[in-house]
Ligand binder design. Sequence first.
Ligand code: ADP
Length: 281
Amino acid sequence: VTAGRHGPARDREAAPRLRPVDGDEVPPLRDRDARWTGALPADIDGALDAARKRIRTEQKALYAEGTRSLLVVVQGRDASGKDGAIRGVFAGVNPLGLETHSFGVPSEEERAHDYLWRVHRVVPARGMIGIWNRSHYEDVIVPRVRDTIDDGEARRRLRQIADFERMLREQGTTIVKFLVHVSRAEQRQRLVDRLAEDDKQWKFRAGDLDDRARWSEFTRVYRTILAHTSEKAAPWYVVPADDKPTRDLLVAEVVAATLERMDARYPAATPEVLALRETIA
Ligand code: ADP
């Protein structure tokens, strides 16, 4: 319990299970890495609820403090569970404190600008948590996989992205990045389900199969990204995501710990406000 701060005292929990990617040891992103092999609590749902509660508590303080923001980047293949993870982790958090954005194929106007233009205009405002379903990293992934840029240009963009993220951090935005990692077999099953179920067909795009056919090209680009843009202050986490409840718990623990490390403070009441206490009728 943290004392000596404004607002309610908060419990601090153990470190998250997931470790950030360290640039020297790039995760191989094999099929078997899509299953978590570490310890899990007996009651995953209960643990997820506890992590969400920590997120709710910290979000209130972040909003009240109003000077900094958190940006959560979620990347992953089709049907890896990006949407599900966002839903699972942020369910119950005050919607007024969240700014979510999905980035699809760039529009004509977006293509007429540099690739950071469309993301920069929606970075979370002070006090807010921004959640990005896909991100500026798509502008390395898609063109590299389709061979419209070469390795040199990909590396140049990753350097620009690292610079951009550093600028955001120095201006008060904490950044945390998740690569939701699904196995080939699990992706296949989910795409099959998408085609079979009435309420999922709308999610299916023919392009999903083209991208699936380029599995190893995507793996290669993701690994390049992890190798060059995971920094202590803007880390990547690879999330084993074949099992959905485990996926949500792993992400929620990192988000909760990241917010707790930000240690947002409720502003102290001003003397003017304190004086008003005496006068309210
Ligand atoms: P999702 O598949 O995430 O549910 P959409 O179908 O609306 O959402 O759009 C995602 C598609 O947009 C993906 O195929 C993705 O690769 C593509 N996309 C996103 N950003 C870019 C980009 N910068 N350049 C090219 N394609 C992009």
